[in-house]
Write a protein that binds this ligand. Sequence first.
Ligand code: AMP
Length: 218
Amino acid sequence: MFGMPGVGKGTQGALLSDYYEIPKLSTGEILRHEIENGTDVGIRVAQIMHEGGLVPDHVVEFIVRSRIYSEDCNRGFILDGFPRTLNQAVYLDSLLIEKGWFNSILIVYLRIDEVKLSSRILGRFLCASCGNIFHENFNSSVKVSGCSRCGSLDFMHRDDDEKEKIRNRIKIYQEQTFPLIEFYKNRHGFLVVDADANIEVVFKNITFFVNKHFDLCN
Ligand code: AMP
């Protein structure tokens, strides 16, 4: 899943994970857990993440490598937030070649007009228990009814979802991540989706593409 911060990679990734019954690997989510748990990695990346910067390639590459080799990824996986730099994309290719999956990668590019992003991110909140993502404009009722996935009534805002930090994350995206489109755009499995459409329409467009690619039924 590829696209600017706040475009909906996490939301669509979670829906796709449920639908295809394969795990979603979100490097951001894994790193936030490391920070919460006070691990060595967490301590090293906390400040960088707080400011909306990118953590060093080797840290996320190690995380992705160990997750991809876990048993629950044998049928496939959804990457959310990785790769974010050219080095990471090259590393991912090498991992996929190693696994014999190089020709099975699909790249879904969620495209949106940049001016719409800030309000999307500022309204975002998460279930503090399972990380499920919600938005004040569409899902505020879960604060009363509980998280739609795990039922928890405990919600939080990400501490990098603040105006100044969002600006920094978008700038970094444009400088370091956006060039990856050139890297991927001529690949066989590259889809561009209008991420401004509603969640169901975006989801349908993605599943139609994935099903067609893998010859699954729609
Ligand atoms: P996300 O949840 O994908 O928005 O990621 C939150 C933060 O985690 C980012 O702003 C980075 O600080 C860090 N992060 C997540 N994935 C990566 C990655 N692939 N490379 C570098 N930093 C990452």
